[in-house]
Design a protein around this ligand. Structure first.
Ligand SMILES: [Zn+2]
Length: 374
C-alpha cells in the first residue's frame, strides 16, 4: 500500500511522512477516527514508507523494492499485524493463528469492514478481542532484533478491543519501548481505549470522508455515477457502508418493489394478491427474506422521519424518496411502533425457521389493519 493508493487525507499523509523523513518517529502512534475512513490503509502505507529502501522524491514508498513488495503482499518480516480474534476451543488466541485469514481480509477489504472480519472469523455474533496471549506473543517477537530493516512496525488494529490484562502487558512496551519498535494503533472508537494506553500514544485524527470522496471511491471500484452518489449520501462517510449499499443495489430494487406492493395491496385490502406476495417473499430464501425485513423496517422508519421534515436525516435513494413522499402520511405516531414490531416478530420467526409463506401472509394481514390507523 502506497500513500498515493489512498484517496484524500493529505494532512495525515504529510504528518506521517514528515515523522519518517525527520527521523522523529514516536514509538506509539494512534490513528483515530470513524470506521471506514481508510485509517488502516494509512497505517499500512506508513509501514511501507518506513521500510522502503528507495523512497520517491514526492514522499512515497517506491512500490518496487523488495521491502515494498513484501509489504504489498503482507510478507514483510518486520511488519507485524495484531488484531482481535476469537478463542477456539480452549486454545490461546493469537493473531498469528488467523494470519492467512487476515491477509485475505486486508486484501479484499482495504477499508477494514469489521462485519467482514466477523465473517472471516466464522462467527458473525462474536466479540473478538486482543487477548493476553497476544500481548505475550508481541513481547516475545519484539524482543528479537529486526532482520534487515531499521524498525519493526506493529500495525495494531482496534486497541479498543484489548482485554485489560493485554493492555497492561503492552503498557510496558509502550512505556519502555524497544528502540527499534514502532506501534501504530488504529482505532474506530478511541474513547474505549484504556486511558493508560491512550495517554501514551501520539494521536493523529483521521476525519471521515466527505460524500464526494466516498462517491469517487465507489466509481473507482466500478459502480456507476448514480449508484455511487446514492450510496455515498446514505453512508455518512463510511466507505464500507457505501460499498455494501452499492453492492446490494440490485437486491435493493427488488426489495423496494416488494415493499411497495405490500403497502399498496394492504391499503387496498387485496388479500388474494397479498397471499401471492407472501409466496414470492418466502421464495427469496431465508437470508434474503431477513434482509428484506431489515429493508422494510428502514423504509418505515424513514417514512416516519419525513414528518420531522428534515430530508437531511433521510438515508433513502432517489427512487425510494419518490415513493416515501407519497407514503409518509400513512406512517404516523399511532402505527409506527407496531409496524416496526411486526417486522421484528417476522424476523424472529424466519430466523427460527418458521414457514415463510405463513409468516409473511400473517405479516401482510396485520399490515392491512395498521396501515389505515390514524
Ligand atoms: Zn520501496
Amino acid at each position: 500500500m502506497r500513500f498515493t493508493d489512498i484517496p484524500g487525507h493529505d494532512d495525515v499523509k504529510a504528518r506521517l511522512r514528515e515523522m519518517v523523513d525527520a527521523g522523529r518517529i514516536p514509538h506509539a502512534l494512534l490513528l483515530e477516527g470513524p470506521a471506514g475512513s481508510g485509517k488502516f490503509a494509512l497505517a499500512r502505507a506508513f509501514a511501507q514508507y518506513v521500510h522502503c529502501t528507495s523512497r520517491t522524491a514526492d514522499g512515497d514508498s517506491c512500490g518496487q523494492c523488495p521491502a515494498c513488495r513484501q509489504n504489498e503482499t503482507f510478507n514483510h518480516i518486520d511488519t507485524v499485524y495484531s488484531f482481535p480474534v476469537v478463542k477456539r476451543s480452549g486454545k490461546p488466541a493469537l493473531s498469528d493463528d488467523y494470519a492467512e485469514d487476515f491477509r485475505q481480509f486486508m486484501a479484499e477489504s482495504p477499508y477494514m469492514d469489521f462485519d467482514r472480519w466477523l465473517v472471516a472469523l466464522d462467527n458473525i455474533n462474536a466479540q473478538p478481542q486482543i487477548y493476553v496471549e497476544e500481548g505475550n506473543e508481541l513481547l516475545r517477537r519484539l524482543s528479537f532484533m529486526t532482520r534487515g530493516s531499521k524498525f519493526k512496525v506493529v500495525l495494531l488494529w482496534l486497541p479498543e478491543r484489548f482485554k485489560e490484562e493485554t493492555a497492561n502487558k503492552l503498557l510496558k512496551l509502550v512505556e519502555e519501548p524497544f528502540a527499534d519498535t514502532i506501534f501504530v494503533m488504529v482505532s474506530n472508537n478511541s474513547r474505549a481505549i484504556l486511558p493508560t494506553i491512550y495517554s501514551r500514544t501520539q494521536r493523529i485524527a483521521v476525519r471521515r470522508y466527505d460524500d464526494g470522496e466516498v462517491a469517487a471511491i465507489l466509481r473507482a471500484s466500478g459502480f456507476d455515477e448514480e449508484t455511487s452518489a446514492d450510496a455515498a449520501r446514505i453512508a455518512s462517510g463510511n466507505v464500507n457502508e457505501a460499498l455494501k449499499l452499492a453492492g446490494v443495489s440490485k437486491e435493493r430494487l427488488q426489495y423496494f418493489d416488494l415493499f411497495v406492493s405490500l403497502m399498496r395491496q394492504a391499503y387496498a385490502r387485496k388479500v388474494k394478491e397479498l397471499r401471492e406476495w407472501s409466496v414470492t417473499v418466502a421464495g427469496l430464501g431465508r437470508e434474503p427474506a431477513m434482509q428484506f425485513i431489515d429493508y422494510c423496517e428502514r423504509l418505515v422508519r424513514e417514512s416516519f422521519i419525513m414528518h420531522l421534515s428534515d430530508p437531511r436525516l433521510l438515508t433513502v435513494n432517489s427512487t425510494e424518496m419518490a415513493f416515501a413522499v407519497k407514503f409518509f402520511p400513512f406512517i404516523n405516531e399511532k402505527n409506527v411502533l407496531d409496524m416496526i414490531a411486526l417486522f421484528d416478530a417476522a424476523r424472529r420467526d424466519i430466523a427460527g425457521n418458521a414457514n415463510g409463506k405463513i409468516v409473511f401472509f400473517d405479516l401482510a394481514v396485520k399490515v392491512i389493519m395498521l396501515i389505515r390507523r390514524k
